[in-house]
Design a protein around this ligand. Structure first.
Ligand code: BES
Ligand code: MN
Ligand code: MN
Length: 463
């Protein structure tokens, strides 16, 4: 029987060129100018799933972008793995910071990827990681070693909140029935330190608008005499953290799960090089909530960050003006037991309460979602652990991530199954940033490791 290693060795050039073709399509879900490209990407994936061995593949229409659903059911008595991924990507801006155009993939070596990395928007998040599953399926079907039933559900709105996917999942419980959900849309610690993501943070994303006078004013004639919305907004935002960088919204921490000293000690065992972390970002110090380590700050603690702020004159030269309005986009990353809708309400109430007289404040909630924590003693985790052991030669470390995939908690609610997050990207792969890339070694290692998961899961899914 052909091993995955041999199969990959013989087919790797094609595996790469197929991914590169996929990366050339600018499937930017946030920007309606790319609507045709997003839909075209779904069609390419439909085709690729058929070629890889799915018996049936459909493009399922939704109120938004379509969901590609494919399956291969070999025996209803065997367990079913549901693979989820997304074919949409983040906008590539700012374009001038890319060393090569975001939708013209190139391969270059980097310090962490001496065997080369593919540079393109979506290379790691999530086309490259999603496509590992398509190629792993190809290997298992072409060599007659698929040990489980498999379903694929690949969506096109993850980067904008997965609204249509929620709609689809609620209406298709039977179709999506499965024993375990498998996702590669996260990362791992390092190529020689495999890890399994055991937690995702929740998210509440809001936009705020502060309105002062009914028109822009001359800053000499009116300055000092009326509230300046930009001054007010920045002061309000600054007050959302205290001197210890705790968030000041009343009730914000009420439901936060506090980890035991033993759990925190276990977390602290995960390898982390503070100096390398700072060097990679060109910063002379880390920054954050007092009393917590960097790894804790970005995984088990909730946060509040301004993602964008604008208003007034930002063109060339100087213009003396007091703007009528100021705006900001704010995200809050949440941890287990914090409910995103409740937090959104708390934010709104507080933000309105701290607005001084002389301005009006409007808080508009965008999207959000609950956090997620996977147990490490269920069959899915055990199978993943053995899979990494088989291909990396090391037991993976469980690690909670700071990122969010809000749909995962909805999967558990609606489909009653747990998700296993086998990510093969590195934090330094620059997802959402200019020069996003994905290591070729990581891509091929993922294709090699995924079939092992199926193998161990089929063996042991009842225990
Ligand atoms: N794949 C990421 C999430 C991620 C990346 C989790 C790395 C863990 C490690 C996903 O595509 C993403 O970007 N999610 C968004 C939230 C979404 C609602 C826009 C996020 O985390 O900002
Ligand atoms: Mn993603
Ligand atoms: Mn993303």
């Amino acid at each position: 029987m052909k091993s995955a290693k041999d199969y990959i060795e013989q087919n790797k050039d094609r595996f790469l060129s197929e991914l590169i073709d996929l990366l050339k399509i600018p499937s930017i879900s946030a920007d309606s100018a790319y609507e045709e490209d997003v839909i075209a990407t779904a069609k390419v994936i439909e085709q690729r799933l058929l070629e890889a061995g799915c018996e049936t593949v459909e493009i399922c229409e939704t109120p938004g972008y379509p969901i590609v659903f494919g399956e291969k059911i070999i025996d209803p008595a065997l367990p079913t793995v549901l693979v989820y991924g997304h074919y949409d990507v983040q906008p590539p801006d700012p374009l001038d910071l890319w060393d090569s155009p975001p939708f013209e993939p190139v391969i270059k070596n980097t310090e962490l990827h001496p065997e080369g990395a593919i540079f393109a928007r979506g290379a790691c998040d999530d086309k490259g990681q999603m496509y590992m599953h398509v190629k792993a399926l190809e290997y298992m079907t072409k060599t007659d070693q698929l040990p489980c039933n498999v379903k694929f559900m690949i969506e096109g709105e993850e980067e904008v909140g997965s609204e249509s996917l929620g709609w689809f999942v609620k209406r298709n419980q039977q179709k999506l029935a499965n024993d375990v959900i498998l996702i590669s849309d996260t990362g791992m610690i390092a190529n020689d330190i495999p890890s399994i993501t055991t937690g995702l943070r929740g998210l509440s994303y809001v936009e705020v608008e502060v309105t002062g006078p009914n028109r822009d004013l001359h800053s000499g004639l009116y300055g000092g005499a009326v509230a300046n919305p930009i001054n007010v907004l920045t002061k309000m935002i600054a007050s959302l953290h205290d001197e210890n960088n705790h968030i000041t919204i009343p009730g914000f921490y009420d439901k936060v799960e506090e980890l035991s000293a033993a759990e925190r000690a276990k977390m602290a065992e995960a390898p982390f090089d503070l100096e390398a972390y700072q060097d990679a970002l060109d910063i002379d110090s880390v920054y954050g909530e007092a009393g917590y380590s960097t790894n804790e700050r970005n995984s088990i603690r909730p946060t509040l960050d301004v993602n964008g702020i604008w208003g007034g004159y930002t063109g060339e030269g100087a213009k003396t003006v007091i703007a009528s309005k100021a705006y900001a986009k704010i995200s809050m990353r949440l941890v287990p037991n914090q409910d995103w809708q409740e937090i959104t309400e708390l934010f709104k109430k507080h933000f309105e309460a701290i607005a001084p007289a002389g301005v009006r404040v409007e808080v508009k909630p965008h999207h959000g979602g609950q956090g997620y924590v996977t147990p490490i003693d269920f069959p899915g985790y055990k199978a993943a652990e053995k899979a990494y052991k088989a291909t990396f030669g090391k037991t993976p470390i469980p690690q909670r991530s700071g990122g969010s995939i809000p749909i995962v908690s909805l999967f558990e609610e609606e489909l009653k199954s747990k998700t296993i997050l086998m990510g093969f990207g590195l934090d330094s792969d620059a997802i959402h940033s200019p020069n996003e890339h994905f290591g070729i070694w990581n891509y091929l290692k993922g294709i090699e490791t995924i079939p092992q998961f199926y193998h161990y899961y089929a063996q042991n899914h009842n225990n």
